[in-house]
Design a protein. Structure first.
Length: 301
């Protein structure tokens, strides 16, 4: 965690200091980002988005353990809408570009178009038969290679998790493959100096960390309310190109690192996790007394 000043003060310190001080403590995405290489052309942001079934009643293939996606309507993973909204707001505050990308079948172009309608500048579908059957490790490795093949990014944003695979591991794993720092479950993000202050909602505590660019963040749903796709933009982006890239565009073209052959895990069974947490529900007028009694018993008060 770094707490040093995010900027150097101008020479007229006394005159300007109060304004700068106010800017530094107010949690807005204000100016002042110090980008890698001293660039001043705005933030280069990549958002990972995934197409998921538009229903929570997807069945699992008993033999392979893989979700049966055929014939099921699809949508953008809801958490990725929050990641995209965060990227668009950062771009509005700092300038720059927002690129979105998904690993999936060619039909995943639909969510790229949706992202264009929200304001994304560029979109990629990483689609290749050789990428099929990927587990989390292979998926995150593919995305790390894919992102690298597109360009250098100051910030990579992911949703906290998907509503189908649901592992919440892909974002942090991409960061590991790329060798960059990350923070997960972030509900508040502020650009400060050479990086971001990320407020993470951990299980029992809220923690704020400062991590330098380039970095990866996975966001929670309460970070920002996603904007609606604009009809005006829909007309403007009707013919906007969606880039489709396969394994051959990656730096590492070794097929054994991708898809089923690059996946060390196999799904044996899918089931809700067991929990050892007990709970009681108290209702009625004596609930407060019972709660006080219980807290005393546990020595909390
Ligand atoms: C053995 C095995 C075989 C599998 N075979 C298949 C298969 O054939 N077809 C299939 O569709 N799935 C398959 N899966 C599931 C697949 O591995 C997961 O869907 C994938 O790893 C993403 O994990 P997740 O959905 O839990 O993502 P999470 O970790 O929950 O997602 C977090 C965030 O990462 C980003 N993200 C995740 N996935 C993508 C993506 N594809 N593109 C862009 N961004 C993304 C998003 O920002 C998302 O919000 C298989 C899994 C296993 C274990």
């Amino acid at each position: 965690m770094r707490l040093n000043a995010p900027f150097s003060l101008p020479e007229k310190t006394v005159e300007y200091f109060p304004i700068l001080w106010y800017t530094s403590v107010k949690p807005i995405n204000g100016a002042g980002a110090i980008l890698p290489g001293g660039r001043t052309d705005g933030m280069n942001i990549f958002v990972c988005i995934k197409q998921v079934p538009a229903t929570n009643k997807v069945q699992v293939d008993e033999k392979t353990g893989v979700l049966k996606r055929g014939g099921v309507a699809s949508k953008m993973n809801p958490y990725d809408l929050y990641a995209l909204e965060t990227a668009l707001r950062l771009k509005e505050a700092h300038g720059g570009r927002v690129t979105v990308g998904t690993m999936g079948p060619p039909q995943a172009q639909a969510i790229i178009r949706e992202a264009y309608m929200m304001g994304a500048d560029e979109g990629y579908v990483f689609s290749d038969r050789r990428l099929g059957g990927a587990d989390v490790l292979a998926t995150s490795y593919t995305l790390s290679q894919a992102i690298r093949s597109v360009g250098d990014f100051d910030l990579i944003l992911c949703g906290r998790q998907t509503t189908d695979g649901d592992t919440a591991q892909v974002g942090p794993a991409i960061a590991e493959h790329m060798g960059i720092p990350h923070a997960a479950w972030v509900s508040r993000l502020t650009v400060r100096g050479d990086g971001v202050d990320a407020e993470q909602q951990l299980q029992d505590v809220i923690e704020t960390v400062h991590i330098p660019f380039p970095c990866l963040i996975t966001v929670e749903q309460d970070i920002y309310m996603p904007r609606l796709p604009s009809l005006k933009t829909a007309r403007q982006i009707r013919d906007k190109e969606i880039h489709i890239q396969g394994l051959d565009s990656f730096l590492d073209t070794d097929e054994s690192h991708y898809g089923l052959s690059g996946s060390p895990t196999q799904v044996e069974r899918i089931f809700p996790p067991e929990t050892d947490r007990e709970h009681e529900v108290w209702t009625g007028p004596d609930s407060a007394d019972r709660l006080r009694e219980q807290l005393r018993k546990w020595k909390f008060i």
